[in-house]
Design a protein around this ligand. Structure first.
Ligand code: SF4
Length: 604
């Protein structure tokens, strides 16, 4: 064990108060410094923060961006979501493997470069995209790959590689990213001009209950997708017993196809901070946490600066805007590449320095959340709406949108369309209008709400985007006539299999079985009974899984079965000879390999 490792880990842990609940920050910092969190590092961390060693290892093994295995000093992560696959993922992968001389999952012999794939880094409107350490490269071509690798080999740091900068705050020195905002339509709630602090001052002139009443009058529903009334959530949190309360902003945005929170974080962070401060006042919290997904680490210095600016103007810190009774501050908690952390109880686990395992409910976070204290978890866009409601009035807000869904909605649109990007539209807009706006006429399918949502066909394009019809957290992926809907469903099932935390059997096993049966059909070996099997098993997984991931993971299969039945019917045959779905020889092969000897019972 090297003395350097020992002293650096001691410094890192001490810097975080030797606090085991800050484990995510500790292991992230160790990994950034040494390229891995190896066995020795885990022993040292456990001893330093006085926690069982298994607790450290359970965190390191859970998150995709953390590893025991030594990574190169430069980790290149290729985004392989469905949109990137449509726009050149394979080509880019091949270019990187050729230029580096390694395959995905490998590190170069000199230990400098590691090549990996990663599901959706939130850049679907500018695919194909790649993360090099924390730097983002978008619309990557073969030429850019060669340029990137050449410069990296010459020792140029990823953040210094010559490239254009993106628009808006992406080009500010603290972001310096090649990311484009692609804001195509600015509405009156999120992207309207802002007078910073006015909403919070108005809130502080009211009682907390009056603030909550305004949010209820505005009929604001959570923008993350589930649409739970925000005022009601705050009421529960305010009413819950607890000496401390917390506000958490879910900036984990892991649903493939969504990237609108990334644009808000870049262009409207003040609105978000103000909304969180209002929430803190309303529920009686003094601390807030922004849980920022690991893929957006490039925004962290900028967001830290925005938080500091808010402290300087009195919007955060002791006695907010001089109010003797209200102090509130916000810290950023980084994630490390785990989709399930978008689920609020998993996100809380992660903030507590644990694996991102979802928790049983009840108790709900409003009663017993972060470190056992009443906690309100809201989405980035929801907090922005809160600030605007306080500023412009609940009546003003409730006039926008449709009857059951007030306000505007940010849509992240990508795929087969001429104008991918972020659109702020009033609720109640039809899918046909959206397609027209985004240049997606001729679409044959639209994935509404990311993989956990629904794949709909043209007969549903007259439907409206709102909580009572096509509910969505914001991701819309457009597919043209040349796309195969079954391949889309298969890809999404793969995604869920990878991202399941594995706690419950229906989710861990059921999704694999769904995918295998889907593949059987895609290979032309399906029979009509397989369709019934998919439906039945899909319903079982949905109804018996513990958290939102498993409760929605069969949707790619179930919604394609419902809306694209003809694609399945064309592949299944009535008179199909018996096709076993279990390949016993293959399973035996695996068993023989593990056991290191041939089967005693089954001949080859
Ligand atoms: S449903 Fe899936 S992701 Fe959620 S707790 Fe169960 S195994 Fe984990």
């Amino acid at each position: 064990m090297s003395e350097n490792l020992e002293s650096v880990i001691k410094t890192i842990c001490e810097g975080l108060g030797n606090d085991a609940t800050r484990m995510m920050d500790i292991v992230r910092e160790v990994q950034e410094t040494f390229g891995s969190v190896n066995d020795d590092a885990m022993d040292l961390i456990a001893a330093q923060v006085q926690t069982p060693r298994v607790e450290v290892e359970s965190v390191v093994s859970f998150y995709a961006f953390l590893t025991k295995k030594q990574n190169g000093s430069v980790v290149i992560r290729l985004c392989d979501d469905i949109i990137d696959r449509m726009f050149g993922f394979e080509r880019i992968k091949q270019s990187f493997t050729e230029a580096l001389g390694i395959e995905v999952g490998e590190t170069t012999e000199d230990g400098r470069f590691t090549l990996e794939t990663t599901p959706c880094i939130g850049m679907c409107d500018q695919a194909p995209a790649v993360m090099v350490n924390e730097e983002i490269f978008t619309e990557v071509s073969r030429d850019t790959v060669h340029d990137i690798v050449e410069q990296l080999k010459e020792g140029v740091a990823p953040e210094r590689i010559r490239r254009r900068l993106g628009d808006g705050n992406n080009s500010s020195p603290l972001v310096g990213a090649a990311v484009a905002n692609n804001i195509r339509k600015e509405g009156e709630v999120i992207f309207a001009p802002l007078e910073c602090g006015r909403a919070l001052k108005k809130a502080l002139a009211m009682s907390p209950n009056e603030v909550i009443r305004d949010i209820k009058t505005a009929r604001l529903r959570g923008r993350g997708g589930a649409g739970f009334p925000a005022g009601m959530k705050w009421d529960f949190t305010r009413a819950a017993k607890g000496e401390k309360k917390f506000v958490i902003c879910n900036a984990d945005e892991g649903e493939p196809g969504t990237f609108k929170d990334r644009v808000i974080l870049t262009e409207r962070p003040e609105l978000l901070i103000e909304g969180m401060a209002i929430a803190g006042y309303a529920i009686g919290a003094q601390e807030g946490i922004i849980y920022l997904r690991g893929e957006y680490a490039y925004l962290r210095p900028f967001l830290e600066d925005m938080l500091q600016k808010a402290r300087n103007t009195g919007m955060l810190g002791e006695k907010v805007f001089g109010n003797e009774k209200y102090s509130f501050d916000i810290r950023i908690q980084m994630g490390a590449g785990a989709y399930v952390c978008g689920e609020e109880t998993a996100l809380i686990s992660s903030c507590e320095g644990l694996r991102g395992d979802p928790k049983n409910r009840p108790p709900f976070p409003a009663q017993k959340g972060y470190l056992g204290h009443p906690t309100s978890v809201n989405n980035v866009e929801t907090f922005c709406c809160v600030a605007r409601i306080l500023d412009q009035g609940a009546g003003w807000f409730s006039q926008i949108g449709s009857k059951g869904s007030t306000g505007t909605k940010l849509l992240s649109i990508s795929g087969d369309c001429r104008r991918p990007g972020v659109y702020e539209v009033p609720f109640g807009i039809t899918m046909n209008e959206v397609l027209e706006m985004a240049g997606g006429a001729g679409a044959t399918a639209v994935q509404v709400g990311g993989p956990s949502g629904s794949l709909i066909g043209p007969e549903d394009f007259t439907r409206t985007i709102c909580y009572d019809d096509l509910a969505t957290g914001g991701a819309l992926m457009i597919f043209g006539p040349n796309r195969n809907v079954l391949e889309i469903a298969e890809y999404f099932m793969d995604f869920f299999i990878d991202e399941s935390c594995g706690y419950c059997t229906p989710c861990r096993v059921g999704n694999v079985l769904l995918k295998e049966r889907l593949q059987k059909i895609m290979e032309g070996k399906g029979e009509p009974a397989d369709l019934q099997y998919l439906e039945d098993l899909g319903k079982v997984v949905k109804s018996t899984s513990r958290c939102g991931l498993g409760q929605t993971s069969p949707n790619p299969v179930l919604t394609t079965l419902k809306n694209f039945r003809s694609a399945y019917d064309a592949l299944v045959k009535e008179d199909q000879p018996f096709q076993p779905t279990f390949d016993i020889q293959k399973a035996l092969g695996d068993a023989k390999r593990i056991a290191g000897r041939p089967s005693m019972h089954f001949a080859e």
